[in-house]
Ligand binder design. Sequence first.
Ligand code: MIG
Length: 800
Amino acid sequence: MITNTELEHKGNLFPGKIVSFSQNVDKLNFTTENGVILQLTIIRGSVIRFRYATDNNFENDFSYAISEDGARGYSKLEVEEKDTHYEVITARIQLHIDKNNLKTTIFDLEGNVICKDDWGFHWEQSYEYGGNIVKMSKAAPQGECYYGLGDKPMHLNLKGKRIENWATDQYAFGKDQDPLYKSVPFYIGMYEERAYGIFFDNTFRTFFDFCNERRNVTSFWAQGGEMNYYFFYGPNMQNVITRYTDLTGKPELPPLWALGYHQCKWSYYPESKVKEVTSKFRELQIPCDAIYLDIDYMEGFRCFTWSKEYFPEPKRMVEELAEDGFKTVVIIDPGIKIDDDYWVYQEAMEKDYFCKRADGPYMRGKVWPGECFFPDFTNPKVREWWSELFKEIIAEIGVKGVWNDMNEPAVMEVPGKTFPNDVRHNYDGNPCSHRKAHNIYGTQMARATYEGVKKFAYPKRPFIITRSAYSGAQRYTSSWTGDNVATWEHLWIANIQAQRMSMSGMSFTGSDIGGFAEHPTGELYARWIQLGVFHPFCRTHSSGDHGNQEPWTFGDEVVDVTRKFVELRYQLLPYLYTMFWEYAEEGIPMLKPLVLYDQNDPQTHYRTDEFIFGNQILVCPVQEPNSKGRRMYIPRGNWYNYWTREYVKGGMEQWVDAELDIIPLFVKEGAIIPKYPIQQYVGEKKIDQLKLEVYYKLGNKEESKVYEDAQDGYDYAKGRFSLRSFSFTGKENEAIIQHHKTGSFITEYETIKIEFVGLPFKIKEVEIDNVKVSLDSIQYNAKENTLVVPSDYAELHIVG
Ligand code: MIG
C-alpha cells in the first residue's frame, strides 16, 4: 500500500479530512481541511456530477459539451452523516464519501459496488502553467471491461490500454495509433453485467489509463482545468449511453438524402469531370445522392470562393446536378488566406476575429491556401459572423451540405501539427490558451457552420460533416474517420471506429470507403462497400493520388457488388431512418457492438467484428482477402440468414458462407423489416408501396417500428410524422401482426406488401381487422409468401 505521504513525494497532493458539508437543493458541497471542495450535483437519480476544487475555489462553470435540452430532475435525495462517511441516496444509487480523505464509492441499491475510488481525486501543481494536473483513479476489479472514447482505432474493449485525447490530423494513421482527430472523454465500464459511464468533461489534453499502468486501477487525468466528471449508472449499457447522450445532446434528423450513398474524391474538377462522374452513376444505375467538391473548387483555396476556371457558373452547375438528383456538398476549412484583396480576410481583420498569440501577433500558420490566419470559433461573435458567410453558397448557389476539414486545427510543417499552446481563445467569455481550446476548436467550427447552413437552407434541413469533434458535436454535425488507408487492416479499423463512435454518442459516422490513402484492390473495395452501406454515414472518398475510386474503376464484378449493396441501403432507408429517429429522439446508438446488444453474455465482451445495425439486423464484414466466408459469433436468440433465409440458433461461433457478393447478414426472428423500392436517389420515385419483411417467430411478441415523414424540412416537429408500430405474435398454425400508427403525416402509399419469411405453415385463411378476406383480394402469392394489405389495417391474422 502506497501512503499519501509517499505519493506527495512524487508531487501528488491529496484531499484531507472533510471539515464541512452544505447542501443547496441539488448541490452538495464537501470541504476538506486543505481547501478541497467536492461538489456533487444530482442531475438525475442515475446521473451525478462530481466537481473538485482546490484552494477553496471553483472556476467559472462553463461547458461546450452539455446540452440545455437534457432531462433534469430526480425523485429522491437523502443525505446522512455517518461515523466514517456521508451517505447520499437517490432513487437509483447510493454514494459514500469518506470523511477522512474524500474518497467516494458508488453502490447500486442492492449494495453492489459499481465504481470506487482508488486514490480518488489527487492533483499535481503545474509550475509552468500555474494550474493543476487533475487526476482521478478508480479501483478496477479483475474482469472489468471498458468501452467508448470516440474514434480510437484499437480493440473495442479498452482494457489494458492508455489513451490520449488531443485532436490530431493523423494522415494514414495505423491500428492502435493515438491520439486521432476526435476527443470524446467518455467511457463505459462494466463489471459483472453492471455497466456505468464516466464523462470527464475537460477539454485540455486528457489521458485515460485502463489497467495499463497498474493492473487494478483505472485512471484519468487532464493537463489543466478541473476534475469535473459525470457518472452515469446503467446497469444496462444502453441506458448509460442514452443518459450520456441526453446530457451532451442529440442530433436533429438529417434530410433523408444524407442517409443515401455519397461520392467524393480529392478532387473532382472541373465541372465537366463532376458531371462525368454523376452521369456515370445514373448510367450504371448505382444509386447516389451526393457529390462532394474538395478544396480545388475554390479560387486558390480561399474559403467561400469558386474557381472561375473550373467552376465558372456554380449556381447553374449545382442546379443541373440537383435536376439529376445530386446534392452538392462543399468543403470549408478553417484557415483563411492572408490576402488583402479577399473579402473574408478583410472582414475578419476589421472585426478582429482571428486567433492571436499570447504576446499579441496573429496566429499564423501554413495550410492549403498558403499562409493563413484562423478565426477564433470559440468566440460567439465569430461564430455568428461565420454563419453569415454561408449565405451565398447555400441560399443562392444551392449547395446542400458543408464539409469541415482540418479543424483539429491542423497546421502544416510545424511541430505538433497544430497551434502552439500559447494561442489565446475567447472560449465564450472565459479567455484561455490553446491548451484548453484545442480539443473544442473543431466542434465550434462545425457548430458555426451548422448554424449558417441551417439558417440559409431553411425550411430544409442542414447537413454538416466534420473531421474533428469533442463530446456534444453530435448536436450539430456528422463525422467521418479521417485519412485512413486502402488496406485490409483499415477495413477492420473502420468497423471498430463506426461502432465505437456509436457507443460514444456520435452515431452519424462513416469511414472513407475503400480507404483515403493508397488504392484498394477491387476485392477490398467490394468488401468495404458491403460494410459501408451499414454505417450511418456512407461515402466513398480517396486522395486520388493512386488512381480513381469510383465503383466502375474496379471492373464489372465490383460494379455489380456495389450496385447490389447500395440498392440494399436504399431499400432499407425506412429502417435506417427509423434507427436515426430513435437516435435523435432517445440517444439510442444506431450501431450496437455485440456487448451493447447482449452484455449478459460474456462471449460478447471481447468481440469486435459483429455488430447490430439498428435493433434487428446482425452484420459481420469479411475482412480478409480471398475469403469464401468467415467464422463469426451469432449472439443469443434465433436469427435468419438474410440471404439463404435459413433459421440459425445463436449463442455460438459458426462458419458463414460469403462469396464476394455476400456479407454475412442475419435478421432477428420476429423482426418486421421495412423496405422502399430501389431509387437512384431519395425522392426519385413516389413510394407507392411499403414492403415489410416479416421474419416468423414462435412465441413472444416482437416489436418493430417504422418512422417516416416528409424526408426533409421541419413539419415533423409539428406532429407531421408517421410512426408505425408493429408487433408480431407467432403460433404454430397462425400469426398475428398488429399495427398502430401515430402522427399526422399521411404516407404516400396506400398499400403494404407483406412477405413472410420462415413461416412454418401454408396460409389458408386471412383476416384483416377481424374480417375474413379472400386470398385473391389480397393478391396472395403462395410461392413468394406475399400478400398486399391496406396501409391502414390494424390487425392482420393469418391461419394455416
Ligand atoms: O491535408 O482537402 O481528411 O478528406 O480530401 C489534406 C483535402 C486535407 C484531409 C481530409 C481529406 C481531404 C483532404 N484534406
